[in-house]
Design a protein around this ligand. Sequence first.
Ligand SMILES: [Zn+2]
Length: 135
Amino acid sequence: MPAPRLNRSKAAALERLLNMLYKPAELAEELGVSHDTVYRSYIPAGAPVVLDAGGKVWINGRQFAQWARDYLTTTRRGKSKPPMPAGHAYCMRCNRVVMVQSPKMRPHSRRQNVVQLSGTCPECGGKIHRFIKSS
Ligand SMILES: [Zn+2]
């Protein structure tokens, strides 16, 4: 799958995201993309997510914006940056990509071909999660 793109007008919309938790559909509306784009592109590409007790996905606007600037935005010539390396995920506390420690893979509760990578952050010991497209 090609890396998801975020063009410059969408990148400007990142600035408007607040430091709060968004549902994927709300985030999609803020960015002016379809919510499928969030589920099918951004989250499998490693967007930082929070899982609540019921397994629902929440996205912090600030942290998503920072991640998106690093991993989604293209250069002026439309080239995208390299994807997040395997075994890495975004730590919500450290605000950067780290190597996942003691990683566990399990299938997504509702979506086929998506696995959930969970583990701990080597820097702060916090739990980190990432969804990865498996095929
Ligand atoms: Zn951390």
